[in-house]
Design a protein around this ligand. Structure first.
Ligand code: ZN
Length: 276
């Protein structure tokens, strides 16, 4: 049995989850409800002083859990791959300025080439960014994405592939982000979560649910308990490895973005306490 959730101190919310709110509104509401952490999506930093933004979040007692999202390394030309690497290096600097200890990588895929070739380019990309990540003390979390996204978003689609990649790169700064939406279907999930923990590579845990039927594979994620994912079971596997980081609610949903965000936050907290 997963340990019961007693309060919101290990709850982190991704800013994209409450997309209609600006960062002041989101952080005020999270803090007022005792939410312990925030994962900042890069779009909300546009036009802001990044250091001051970090100070603002810390002043509300919010832990900045990660900056989302880097990656997108594969491309069909050397020059495009260089642009991606440079952008990830810039993002490492932004994370350091913000005070975020980790960047989540949506690794990318190039549909004109094989997944294997894309995975090779992902590894090269991460290795090119790694010295900068080490210098700034920023961790890089590889997030495997559901195979439905293997065309353009990620050639890394299982925990096994993410573990293989992290172990090949073999750095304390490179690990894996476990997202239940992408991984719940995998019969090797328990084994691979344990393997990830044993290698000290389990960096992050993202939660939501997979509704049925889905209106849209990207923007119709459900609240925990609304779909077919056994979130408490997966949380138990994750916590069995010794992971004691945040449970990060990451929901893209046209339906929830259309509603009053205070009401939505109330639903998130209820689902977190009772269905996670
Ligand atoms: Zn995620």
């Amino acid at each position: 049995m997963a340990k019961p959730i007693e309060d919101n101190s290990k709850l982190c919310i991704h800013t994209i989850t409450t997309k209609p709110w600006n960062l002041e509104e989101a952080s005020d509401a999270y803090a007022k409800n005792g939410v312990g952490g925030i994962t900042v999506w890069r779009n909300v930093l546009d036009g802001r002083d990044i250091y001051q933004t970090g100070e603002m979040l810390r002043s509300k007692d919010l832990d900045i859990v990660s900056l989302c999202r880097g990656g997108f390394f594969p491309a069909d030309s050397e020059s495009k791959r260089k642009v991606a690497i440079d952008d990830n290096i810039k993002m490492v600097e932004e994370a350091a300025e913000l005070g975020a200890p980790m960047i989540v990588l949506v690794c990318g895929a190039e549909p004109s080439q094989s997944l294997e070739k894309s995975r090779g380019q992902i590894q090269k990309g991460i290795e090119a960014v790694l010295p900068h990540a080490e210098e700034h003390n920023i961790k890089l979390a590889i997030e495997p994405l559901h195979p439905a996204y293997a065309d353009t978003r990620s050639a890394i689609n299982t925990m096994e592939q993410a573990n293989d990649m992290a172990e090949k790169i073999d750095s304390e700064f490179v690990g894996v982000a476990v997202d239940v939406y992408h991984l719940w279907w995998d019969s090797n999930l328990k084994r691979e979560i344990h393997r990830c923990g044993e290698n000290n590579n389990l960096f992050a845990f993202h939660i939501c649910d997979w509704k049925f039927p889905l209106d849209d594979i990207l923007n119709d994620r459900g609240l925990m308990g609304e779909g077919c994912i056994d979130v408490p079971q997966i949380r138990e596997w994750v916590e069995d490895t010794g992971f004691d980081g945040f449970n990060e609610v990451e929901i893209f949903s046209n339906r929830y973005w259309a509603m009053d965000q205070n009401d939505f936050l109330e639903k998130i907290i209820h689902a977190y306490k009772h269905k996670s």
